[in-house]
Ligand binder design. Structure first.
Ligand SMILES: Cc1ncc(COP(=O)(O)O)c(C=O)c1O
Length: 393
């Protein structure tokens, strides 16, 4: 066993936890006895340095307005990206947002007019379509290509869609949720070149960049697109990496000076949400400075969880295909082998097997017949979920 015990089952009930306490929000057919492997946070305790930093901050006993505009904070973010990705961020280009999704929407509102188009690559994280549409921008899908095992980008289609003068932003998910691709340098370079040719902005959502499966390497879009950095915005956060989503802190990298001013006007002057809580600041600094060994060991455990699913399916449920993730802790399972329609698959998952997985169709029509399993939990819970499927099919 390693230094950390990721097998430890922690009861998350009655902690205002969305994944467990509000589990029926997963789907209208979900029941209270469903095993929740949906919302993308982890059922693991945070690393001890984070807990210690929070205790220390609590002991100070005053929780007034706070700011992360400090040398210590910026140094912690800067040094993480330098150490982990060899990326040298300019500290003045790191901006706070309470979340990646609010940041994406704020940026899209600045960069586009109401009937402009935003290109996404479905199946993809549900808010990419939903929130953009709710803000009256048109969503265009440059759907990923699936060969029955793996997903690839469709560059020919992207070239066509990017030519549309109404297309203004490419919203990239890197690594990709839910299909788990970690984009290769050549793939990123091709996306950047197409965007350059057509003067599109690139918003690169890299929230899953620290959760990389063995043998893969995350490459920041900014590294490949240094010659286009003025039009690339990178969204990062300690939230997925260190299980801090409830802290509501993300770091948005904006290199373009004019956009920086527009961003500050929206976030600070118009909305007045320019500063994180003292707990978000303390936990982020501790996470980036002191928890590298924890995430490395966690990644090994997650590799084991994915391998467990793979072996379990091969042995017991050969008609279910796992799209093996290169990154993220999400397993994208292809149930099309059973020929169930949307309602039948939902009835099976929520009423019969009582496992709460995100349904593939919510990531776009390309996800029909798939489910997304959040494998960031002790293996015991994963085993229970797989048994529930096997025993009820
Ligand atoms: C690709 C992606 N972006 C953003 C988010 C959510 O980010 P936030 O909670 O910071 O808005 C998620 C959460 O699952 C995600 O998978």
């Amino acid at each position: 066993m390693g230094k950390y015990n990721f097998d430890k089952v922690v009861n998350r009930e009655n902690t205002s936890c969305v994944k467990w306490d509000f589990r029926t929000r997963c789907n209208e057919k979900a029941t209270k006895d469903g095993l929740p492997l949906w919302v993308a946070d982890m059922d693991f305790e945070c690393a001890q340095p984070i807990i210690d930093a929070l205790h220390k901050r609590v002991e100070h006993k005053i929780f007034g307005y706070s700011s992360n505009d400090t040398k210590e904070y910026k140094e912690s973010v800067y040094s993480w990206y330098k150490r982990r990705f060899n990326l040298e961020l300019e500290k003045d280009n790191i901006f706070y947002s309470p979340g990646v999704v609010p940041a994406i929407i704020t940026l899209i509102k600045i960069l586009t007019n109401e009937d402009d188009k935003v290109i996404i690559q479905q199946p993809v994280y549900t808010p990419f379509e939903l929130k953009v549409k709710n803000n009256n921008r048109e969503v265009v899908s440059n759907s990923l290509k699936y060969d029955g095992q793996r997903y690839e980008m469709d560059f020919e289609d992207l070239r066509e869609k990017a030519k549309d003068p109404k297309a203004k932003v490419m919203l990239l998910c890197s690594p990709h949720n839910p299909v788990g691709r970690v984009w290769k340098e050549e793939e990123l370079r091709t996306v950047i070149e197409i965007c350059m040719e057509n003067d599109l902005w690139i918003i690169s959502d890299e929230i899953h960049s620290d959760l990389i499966r063995k043998g893969n390497k995350h490459i920041p879009t900014l590294e490949v697109g240094n010659d286009y950095k003025d039009k690339i915005i990178t969204c990062t956060a300690p939230s997925k990496t260190f299980n801090l989503a409830g802290m509501h802190l993300s770091n948005i990298i904006i290199n373009n000076k004019k956009l920086q001013q527009q961003w500050l006007f929206e976030i600070k002057d118009k909305l007045d949400i320019g500063a994180p809580s003292p707990f978000a600041i303390a936990s982020t600094i501790a996470a980036y400075n002191e928890c590298e060994d924890w995430i490395d060991e966690l990644n090994e455990y997650l590799d084991g969880n994915i391998e467990f699913i793979d072996n379990y399916l091969k042995k017991n449920l050969a008609k279910v295909k796992l799209v093996k993730p290169e990154g993220t802790y999400l397993a994208w399972l292809d149930f099309n082998g059973y020929g169930l329609n949307k309602a039948e698959l939902e009835d099976f998952m929520f009423k019969k097997a009582r496992v709460l997985f995100n349904q593939g169709y919510s990531f776009g029509k390309e996800g029909n017949g798939f489910v997304r399993v959040n494998a960031a939990c002790p293996r015991y819970i994963l085993e229970e979920a797989m048994d529930r499927i096997k025993n009820n099919l």
